[in-house]
Design a binder for this molecule. Structure first.
Ligand code: MN
Length: 200
């Protein structure tokens, strides 16, 4: 066994069948988004960090210490792992426990939060991400980031990710980003988001 092989990042498998999110997110979209786009970020990251001080470093640490192509690929690996893991064919439709209480307090309820995040997603120009994130005191933030941006670089814990790159919705919805966001809400598993909040 090659010793360096253990240091490579691997493509995290989808935690559900590739067709399981239909009709909201098609098998074809997941095939391109996970098996092609995310796989390419993982491979490129491994290629870029080989022989550098980043080799063998945890992903979060690479993200906080790098810039340029290494940051872009490392952040995209992390962003997509968070994105795919928050989706489910049998999603919990409402936040739970402490997260539910924090959303109530900050935004007046989950429907208002979804509206606010959707509006952010529709107004973000170009490619990027809209995040729900939390600080260590539990305060919530809605954050728009261009390109590969992540709340991790601000010391915040990412809870929920809306991918507004066209590759996330173009096959299913063409240019209609609003329909892509609407579909995302249908398969978003709030139990995963709530757990991230509890574990922050
Ligand atoms: Mn994406």
């Amino acid at each position: 066994m090659n010793a360096t092989a253990t240091l490579l990042f691997v493509l995290a498998p989808l935690p559900y069948d590739i067709a399981a999110l239909e009709p909201y997110i098609s098998e074809q979209t997941l095939h391109y988004h996970h098996d092609k786009h995310l796989a390419a970020y993982v491979n490129k990251l491994n290629e870029l960090i080989a022989g550098t001080r980043f080799e063998g470093m945890p992903l979060e640490q690479i993200i906080c210490q790098s810039n340029g192509p290494i940051f872009n690929n490392a952040a995209q690996v992390s962003n997509h792992e968070l994105y795919f893991a928050q989706l489910s064919p049998t999603p919990k439709k409402e936040p739970e426990g402490m997260l539910q209480a924090a959303i109530e307090e900050c935004y007046g309820g989950v429907e208002a939060l979804k509206e606010k995040m959707t509006a952010e997603a529709l107004s973000l120009f170009g490619s990027g991400w809209v995040w729900l994130a939390a600080d260590d005191k539990g305060k919530l933030y809605i954050i728009s980031k261009q390109n590969a941006g992540t709340p991790l670089t601000e010391g915040l814990t990412p809870l929920l990710a809306i991918d507004v790159w066209e590759h996330a919705y173009y096959i299913d919805h063409r240019n209609a980003r609003a329909d892509g966001v609407r579909s995302l809400w249908e398969v978003l598993d709030w139990s995963v988001v709530s757990e991230r909040y509890n574990n922050r």
